[in-house]
Design a protein around this ligand. Structure first.
Ligand code: OTU
Length: 627
């Protein structure tokens, strides 16, 4: 029996107590806490009064179906408003296309007021309450959210809460010595504390500045993990938590349904630690979650933690972030394409894919950011691979400095001191389309097929579905030339979109292939939920995994689908035809007499073995099953 969702008064009571207990754990006996907490609860009441009725109705719908985001019908896309459509109004003209593609979720890259031209693509926010005037207004954003929702698409935007721009009113106040903002950032009069912190912190954007601190014009030093103009907020001050909670509620009330929690790993600092992934970072996220549960219980948090896989999964919980990027799978898709070796990816699917109930991965092939090789060295070692050497190989391979490479990527944030580096580029350019490599289209489809068949929520970087190539013109754009990630953030590829229904073009081939996979995923519930079982193909170049069927443990005795495997996926990373031996497949063959490859629609006789072309893959389901 579905339970009646808790009403506001109940949530205010239950989640309010959770909020208080979390804040007491974070702030201990900080004398500022009681005042900030009382004020915050008043803010929460005010935000509820302002929450539009349409959103309250949506909240109830989401509360009644809390795992809505795990549906096989979900498909996410991401784009920059300016590069894809000019303005928010221009973006709405693309809604019919979003429906054609099958989107149910759209992440618009940061679109708030930011300094010009240096804004880190909008990740340096000067006001969370104003849309960048070049893109539109807050009214336009609300209208966009409504129009998308009316078309079955949930709007996601960034909550850039680790830092603000140095042009934010709080930053200006802190710089000017306004006591209200004195303690909003990590500002020190001299190098003593910065030196102490930097003994244990990592350099994140070493091409921008060394260390974690940057000098201010008055000789003081401010914490800036990313660019010099992005100042880290000091969550050690409960007033900062309250201030950002208010910005979050403001965004929630505009109709945003998913908040992408930017740079979660960095939000808490403690001397003598790496200042990443600290326990208080989790408590803070849970406290933000509690605030949301009261006012906007339908809202989801997406964690953006591009860190060691042990740490990534720690952010996933219904009480913290319901969604997380899956950076390990993303990086290992690229690893498997370069090496033609499926083992690291297979290992990750076997040992690191499970997530807590009520949470899901956002599976993606690439994002607007760089590809960082965040696999665990200890996992690689189990396969006899040296992590450092292997990263260095991948970095060379993806910038075409390895014999036979098909990739045309660009290095990002190379650290001369540590030798560390990351890779930027579009999917098509990284997969060989720019180089004219014969396997490029197949690689692009294979890469996306993994994101589409491993449960969770697949995310496409819009334009990649028609094979957009790197755009090198960023080097001439003010504020962009020093950030090579722009190579992978091209403008709307109009010509390629125009070709998308022409199968003779690469755009058409990629689009038709992807649309087909998306349609299959959305019509077969077996693709929902992320439960995977590894399948050993006995060949390093062949990847295998299965999803349990409806007839397995979850509904024993179900007559319609007696098979315990709902879906079996096999993929060939090699450049030549490969066969999986019938003996390897005999277990599957015993489960069902006949299997269908959903991708081609053909019947497959597993007792004859399975032949897979170069970069080929199959999505097998037992014939006659209703998956
Ligand atoms: C995020 O990424 C954003 O995705 C970037 O576009 C921003 O520049 C950055 O934050 C600052 O707002 O370093 O290269 O998890 O990898 O948070 C991307 C650690 C980044 C970082 C990640 C960050």
């Amino acid at each position: 029996m579905p339970q009646t969702p808790p009403d506001f008064a109940t949530r205010r009571d239950v989640e309010g107590r959770r909020l208080e207990s979390l804040l007491r754990r974070i702030y201990g006996d900080d004398p500022r806490l009681d005042r900030e907490l009382a004020a915050l609860l008043a803010d929460v009441d005010a935000a509820w009064r302002q929450r539009p009725d349409a959103l309250k109705i949506l909240d109830r719908k989401r509360q009644g179906d809390p795992e809505w985001f795990e549906s096989n019908r979900m498909l996410a896309g991401v784009c920059y408003v300016d590069r894809y459509a000019g303005t928010l109004r221009g973006l709405l003209e693309h809604v019919p296309y979003f429906r054609e593609l099958g989107l149910t979720y759209l992440h618009l890259m940061p679109l708030f007021q930011a300094p010009s031209p240096n804004s880190d693509g909008g990740y340096a926010v000067s006001s969370y309450r104003h849309v960048d005037p070049a893109l539109g207004t807050m009214d336009d954003l609300r209208a966009t959210a409504t129009e998308l929702r009316d078309n079955g698409i949930s709007l996601a935007v960034d909550f850039v809460f680790n830092h603000t721009s140095n042009e934010h009113a709080w930053a200006k106040g802190a710089l000017a010595g306004d006591p209200a903002y004195d303690d909003f950032y990590w500002i020190y009069p001299d190098r003593e504390m910065p030196d102490a912190f930097e003994r244990t912190t990592r350099e994140i954007f070493p091409e921008d500045h060394p260390g974690s601190f940057v000098p201010l014009p008055d000789g003081r030093w401010v914490w800036a993990t990313f660019h010099t103009f992005q100042w880290d907020l000091n969550y050690g001050n409960p007033a900062v938590f309250r201030a950002m909670a208010n910005e979050m509620l403001f965004l929630a009330n505009q109709g945003v349904e998913i908040l992408r929690m930017d740079a979660v790993a960095f939000i808490w600092k403690k001397l003598g630690t790496s200042c990443e992934n600290l326990p208080e970072a989790h408590l803070l996220l849970q406290a933000f979650n509690a605030v949301c549960r009261i006012v906007a219980p339908g809202l989801l948090f997406l964690s953006e933690a591009i860190v060691h896989p042990d740490d990534v999964v720690e952010y996933m919980s219904p009480d913290e972030c319901q969604l997380s990027y899956n950076p390990l799978q993303m990086a290992l898709i690229w690893n498997s394409l370069a090496t033609r070796d499926s083992r690291m990816l297979g290992q990750a699917l076997a040992t690191r894919h499970a997530t807590p109930p009520g949470t899901a991965w956002v599976n993606y092939v690439r994002s607007h950011d760089d590809i960082g090789w965040t696999f665990a060295d200890e996992d690689a070692a189990l396969l006899g691979i040296d992590g450092t050497d292997h990263r260095s190989f991948l970095n060379r391979f993806y910038v075409d400095r390895f014999p036979g490479s098909f990739a045309r990527g660009v290095a990002f944030q190379t650290n001369e001191k540590t030798g560390d580096s990351r890779i930027a580029g579009t999917t098509a350019s990284l997969a060989g389309l720019e180089a004219g490599d014969e396997g490029a289209v197949r690689r692009i489809l294979l890469a996306h097929s993994i994101a589409l068949s491993t449960g969770g929520l697949p995310l496409i970087y819009l334009g990649d579905e028609v094979g957009q190539l790197n755009d090198y013109r960023y080097a001439d754009e003010p504020g962009k030339r020093d950030d090579s990630r722009w190579v992978g953030r091209p403008r709307y590829p109009a010509g390629r979109y125009a070709d998308r229904h022409d199968a003779r073009t690469s755009a058409g081939a990629i689009y038709a292939g992807l649309r087909h996979l998306i349609a299959l995923r959305s019509t077969h519930p077996v693709f929902a939920g992320g439960e995977l079982v590894p399948f050993d193909t006995h060949d390093a170049q062949l990847l295998g995994y299965q999803q349990p069927g409806a007839g397995s443990a979850s509904s024993p005795g179900s007559a319609s689908s007696p098979c315990s495997v709902g879906l079996a996926v096999f993929a060939n990373l090699a450049d030549d035809m490969r066969t999986i031996e019938s003996t390897t497949l005999s277990g599957l063959a015993a489960l069902a007499p006949e299997w269908i490859d959903l991708v081609t629609g053909s019947v497959v006789d597993l007792t004859q073995g399975l032949r897979l072309g170069p970069q080929g893959f199959v999505w097998l389901v037992p014939a006659g099953s209703s998956v």
